[in-house]
Design a binder for this molecule. Structure first.
Ligand code: A3P
Length: 320
């Protein structure tokens, strides 16, 4: 076996040799607990599962990649920290991107170390973390903690198009039809980074039905069409509901404006800043539209993916 990723331990290499493996346009992937990871990310997942020490008040923001994670992070920070940042000139969004404030367990914290200094990663109280892992895998690291988990679900076809663009940006490559077609095939087979998308969403959907106080299931499309009630729903779940005075004072709209794509993408830190992997923060902002896939997928592609998802979600009560 040729595992090139230098952060992968001998133990994980041994584990990988027992897993189903495949390749996507970026590299080798393996299927662990029903989800596909690059080898180095799997090491981050395993480090997290073994070593993370949860606190009951922790909050975990979860999503499939390119589902609006940046937006969910921004909204959650703005809600939880609203009493601390009355002065818009000192708001943390001016000096950091939401991804710099809310770290991913398996990407930022545990990718390179099994014992990261957590105080460096989450300075908020309650601590805010994020992940792209499916629920059953996250739960192993949470070790029975009752901490709150918010999942943001997005239409699969929009996530795919967003992923195609994002990949082009950070690989500094032109987005071509042939790349989209190859990503589409992996996406449909489920063998893509963090796929299959249907199992990912189903894990949180079922978790939210089983324990709605523990897992909140939100949708990108609903945040777009009914932002005020959805923000209030998020605030209630996070234990920081809006007071009547706050609502009367227009705070719901202020937070929505602060976290809007237009506002965040226009901030200097997001125009010119980079994350620790040297990825431009500007890559996290594109159109933010519902149904943008219609501009790129053929009717045949639409039909194929719709049929697969419908079949996989049959009987679950989930549609997306
Ligand atoms: P598009 O590529 O469809 O425009 P993630 O944050 O999970 O990486 O997802 C990125 C997607 O969310 C991109 O979608 C991006 O434009 C959109 N997005 C980022 N910030 C947003 C915001 N504040 N409001 C709405 N959508 C946002």
């Amino acid at each position: 076996m040729n595992v090139r990723d230098d952060n992968v331990s001998e133990e994980t290499k041994k584990l990988i040799s027992s897993l189903q493996t495949d390749k996507d346009s970026k590299g080798k992937i393996c299927k662990y607990q029903g989800c596909w990871y690059y080898y180095n990310t799997l090491q981050g997942v395993i480090n997290f599962q073994k070593h993370f020490q949860p606190e009951d008040t922790d909050i975990v923001l979860a999503s499939f990649p390119k589902s609006g994670t940046t937006w969910l992070k921004a909204l959650s920070i703005a809600l939880l920290e609203r009493s601390k940042h009355d002065d818009p000139l000192t708001h943390p969004f001016l000096s950091d991107n939401p991804h710099g404030i809310v770290p991913f367990f398996e990407i930022d914290m545990y990718l390179k170390s099994s014992t990261p200094d957590l105080t460096k990663f989450s300075t908020s109280s309650p601590r805010l973390f994020s992940t792209h892992m499916p629920l059953h895998t996250v739960k192993e690291g949470l070790k029975g903690s009752p901490c709150k988990i918010v999942y943001l679900c997005r239409n699969a076809k929009d996530s795919l198009i967003s992923r195609w663009y994002f990949r082009g940006k950070y690989q500094n490559k032109e987005v071509t039809r042939s790349i989209l077609e190859s990503m589409f095939e992996s996406f449909c087979s489920g063998a893509c980074f963090y796929g299959p998308i249907w199992d990912h969403a189903l894990s949180y959907w079922r978790g939210s039905l089983e324990n709605p106080n523990h897992v909140l299931f939100m949708r990108y499309e609903e945040l777009k069409t009914e932002p005020c009630p959805q923000l209030k729903r998020l605030a209630e779940f996070l234990g920081c509901p809006f007071t009547k005075e706050e609502e009367d004072g227009g705070l719901v709209d202020k937070i929505l404006d602060l976290c809007s794509l237009g506002n965040l993408s226009g901030l200097e830190v997001n125009k010119t800043g980079k994350n620790w992997m040297n990825m431009d923060y500007s890559n996290f902002f594109r159109k933010g539209e519902v149904g943008d896939w219609k501009n790129y997928l053929t009717p045949e592609m639409e039909k194929k993916l719709d049929m697969i998802i419908e079949d996989k979600l049959k009987g679950s009560g989930l549609r997306f």
